[in-house]
Design a protein. Structure first.
Length: 253
């Protein structure tokens, strides 16, 4: 799977492909009504596309473009609480350098491995310094048939950084993406005038669960509750949607 350098490709592709209504590339209104049976206050028009269901539909020919990294940190130089440094020691070293009241007082104090070694009174080489990894990126997933593009954001961890104990930076980066996740804002570009597109927030009141997404030549920002619903659905079905992980891992290389 290949990635492109900007969102313009998705824009131009959606412009060049006529709006089409085909049953094998859409999520039917009846399916949505079955999964949202409690939503009696709002109804869906026939052939309506449900955004979350469409994005996780493996029968749709989704493509990935503009998968890029906006922030990347892979370093061993960031401070950690003293307890992390002490816990990384071999048991033999811990026995010869037991915790004293003075060391216990520093347990939550952030410091470098060099500083921790000085406090304990050992060589810095005896401490295992983890790699601090934080990567943030974005991608655009789109369907030419549906005339629909969605811009998503991804990261290796919800923490400020993820600590990985490996010998080199490359292995740390790979290990940190074992449980990567989507997060943040969701933007939608929709140009199909033949079918309605909606987002559903099942946590909202029954008369406000369905949000219509207008046809537009620009990306539209989803409200936070709907973005969270989309992200939750994508993360739950992530294993069955390999094109996302493939594009992200290719970008890391």
């Amino acid at each position: 799977m290949t990635t492109q350098s900007d969102d313009n490709h998705a824009h131009s592709t959606l412009n060049d492909t006529p709006s089409t209504s085909v049953s094998d590339d859409t999520v039917s209104a009846s399916d949505a009504q079955q999964t949202n049976a409690n939503n009696s206050a709002q109804t869906l028009a026939p052939n309506t596309i449900i955004l979350a269901d469409a994005l996780t539909d493996k029968t749709i020919a989704w493509r990935i473009h503009n998968c890029k990294i906006s922030k990347k940190t892979v370093t061993q130089d960031l401070p950690l609480p003293f307890l992390y440094h002490y816990d990384s020691l071999d048991d033999v070293i811990k026995q010869t350098h037991p915790l004293t009241p003075a060391l216990l007082a520093k347990f939550n104090m952030p410091m470098t491995a060099h500083e921790a070694a000085q406090f304990i009174g050992i060589s810095e080489a005896l401490l295992s310094s983890p790699w601090h990894v934080k990567v943030i990126g974005s991608l655009v997933v789109f369907s030419e048939t549906l005339q629909l593009a969605v811009r998503l954001h991804w990261t290796n961890s919800g923490k400020e950084t993820q600590q990985i104990y490996t010998k080199n930076a490359a292995d740390a980066l790979t290990a940190s993406f074992k449980d990567w996740q989507f997060f943040g804002r969701v933007d939608v570009l929709y140009k199909n005038t033949q079918q309605a597109l909606v987002s559903i927030d099942e946590q909202a009141p029954a008369n406000a669960q369905i949000m219509n997404i207008d046809v537009s030549s620009d990306y539209q920002l989803l409200p936070s509750p709907h973005a969270l619903a989309i992200i939750a659905k994508l993360d739950a079905d992530k294993v069955d949607l390999p094109w996302f992980e493939t594009a992200i891992l290719e970008r890391l290389e």
